[in-house]
Design a protein around this ligand. Structure first.
Ligand code: MLT
Length: 311
């Protein structure tokens, strides 16, 4: 019968490669986490996880693709905090953060860094504040589209500096970083999972980190909080989801495999190098569901205060 066939398919899950959608460009912060995680989850799943980059519109295009995919466990979404901001930034984000998905669990938490092209004149955050005031309308700020982490942090930075910047959107911060390295854009706020190497090698200038504590791998960088922007904090949590209606046994298998992946020493080492914190104890559906419930209204409030309009 059809029911037996479905049951058998669930028991065999997964019997073919799984597609993990990253809603941003390849080679960027989300992609870096996803590719390490795909490798780390492989033994527990007994199948390969293939990463698909589907960038655009701050991550909403790729996220919507998974919301509309077959709920069979072969389409998985790896997204970050932007998942909970799109509902207040877009009139029609294409998905409902509460209804379109089954949560699998939280993955990592990533601090951000405020960086500039290597020959940008200001040498610290104080000089940056002065410089942007004196060069109004001339300073450009790259981001990965409305609702992306770089846009959220950029919005907070613009608020903190009290000056509008010319924003330039990309399909992810990997291509934005290329333009920063090519000196075609001035500034960016981006996750350490994309910026650590470039900062360490001196290819970009770095001003501050956005966590309340300094980041051990970038310990010379001051926090925004200690630089005079009290309470300036943004951390980018990442989560994993599957489409609503995915059978419970399939969800359970993914939860177990996610937990196994996060426990992998190689994954942990890689995340540490990139400044990310592995959220081991929150790698479960309840924690991710609670996170989204708390984050959607919190970001809505911030955008309202900042006067950010819906697209
Ligand atoms: C990316 O992978 O490109 C990022 O996570 C973009 C962002 O959200 O800023």
């Amino acid at each position: 019968s059809a029911m037996l066939a479905t049951g058998a398919a669930q028991a065999d899950y997964p019997d073919r490669p799984i597609n993990m959608v990253v809603p941003f460009a390849a080679g960027g912060p989300t992609d870096n986490v996803a590719r390490s995680l795909a490798e780390a989850m492989r033994p527990a799943l007994g199948q390969t996880v293939v990463v698909e980059n589907k960038g655009g519109a701050g991550g909403t295009i790729g996220t919507t693709q998974v919301a509309r995919a077959q709920p069979d466990g072969y389409s998985v979404l790896l997204m970050h905090a932007g998942f909970s901001t799109a509902p207040s930034l877009y009139k029609n984000p294409g998905y409902d953060p509460y209804k379109s998905f089954e949560p699998i669990g939280l993955v990592v938490d990533v601090p951000m860094t405020i960086i500039a092209r290597s020959d940008f004149p200001p040498n610290n955050i104080k000089e940056l504040a002065e410089y942007v005031k004196q060069n109004k309308d001339k300073v450009s700020l790259a981001n990965a589209g409305i609702g992306a982490a770089s846009h959220l942090c950029g919005t907070m930075l613009v608020e903190a500096l009290g000056v509008q910047l010319l924003t330039i959107p990309y399909k992810g911060t990997a291509p934005a970083m290329n333009d920063l390295l090519g000196k075609q854009v001035d500034l960016m706020c981006d996750q350490t999972t994309n910026t650590t190497q470039q900062i360490e090698s001196g290819k970009v200038k770095a001003y501050a980190v956005t966590s309340l504590q300094r980041v051990p791998t970038l310990s010379k960088l001051p926090t925004m909080d200690e630089s005079g922007y009290k309470g300036f904090e943004v951390g980018i949590w990442h989560g994993m989801w599957v489409p609503k209606g995915t059978p419970k046994p399939v969800v359970d298998k993914l939860v177990k495999s996610l937990q196994a992946g996060l426990a992998d020493p190689k994954f942990q080492e890689r995340m540490k190098q990139l400044g990310a914190t592995v959220l081991t104890s929150e790698a479960n559906p309840q924690s991710l569901e609670a996170k989204v419930k708390q984050q959607v209204p919190q970001w809505a409030e911030l955008f309202k205060k900042a006067g950010v309009e819906q697209q």
